[in-house]
Design a protein around this ligand. Structure first.
Ligand code: FNR
Length: 189
């Protein structure tokens, strides 16, 4: 069965991006994929430093995150937009996971995998600019990024009191992104 890992580049309580990635994950599940949703708050790792890597190796949480990526065929990634780009949290996790351990191929956690990407913001562009640079980053490390993507603008108006996405049109769009990502993984594997 197609295995998809879903996560957001935010550890904020009430993160909009955690809310949207969960909906996309539902869409992938409905399309028959085996989807695991994680919160990067459970994988807090130090800022990457080559000296520390040489001395101590990959930290436990970074290794756990990388192993999860390795076990999955595709990813659903929701990223906040920080100053038109991705947050350090997300880049740092990807940087650690990009490092090669003994017996692995280069970029084994990423190469040939498929990703569906999305962003959410209270602003009018919905984080559209982060998707441009996130796509480039992922493609440069060998990930096939789905042509479909979603930037959810004014996301704060599309949630219920518990912080879940409640707007029907948005739910449909996000589920569709999850479904298409699952189908692309299936087609390419
Ligand atoms: C932001 N935010 C923001 N929003 C946006 O639409 N474009 C931007 O360039 C930025 N830049 C930015 C920089 C920094 C340092 C912060 C902390 C925030 C607002 C951001 O989208 C908002 O905090 C989201 O709620 C973050 O996503 P989560 O945590 O809700 O998933």
């Amino acid at each position: 069965m197609t295995k998809i890992l879903a996560f957001a580049g935010s550890t904020r309580d009430g993160s909009f991006n955690n809310a949207i990635v969960k909906v996309a994950a539902e869409g992938a599940k409905e399309a028959g994929a085996d989807v695991t949703v994680i919160n990067l708050a459970d994988y807090q790792m130090p800022i990457f430093n080559e000296d520390e890597e040489a001395e101590f190796g990959i930290p436990e949480k970074a290794l756990a995150f990388k192993e999860l990526l390795m076990e999955h065929d595709g990813f659903l990634i929701a990223s906040p937009e920080y100053n038109s780009s991705y947050p350090a949290l997300l880049k740092n996790a990807i940087d650690w996971a990009s490092r090669m351990s003994e017996g692995e191929k280069p970029l084994q956690a990423f190469k040939g995998k498929v990703a569906g990407i999305m962003a959410a913001s209270a602003g009018g562009l919905g984080g559209l600019r982060v998707l441009v640079v996130l796509r480039m980053l992922l493609e440069n490390i060998g990930v096939i990024v789905s042509p479909n993507q979603k930037a959810i603008a004014k996301v704060n108006t599309l949630l219920d009191d518990s912080g879940s996405v409640s707007d029907e049109k948005t739910i449909k769009q996000l589920k569709n992104l999850g479904k298409e990502t699952a189908e692309l993984v299936r087609k390419l594997s």
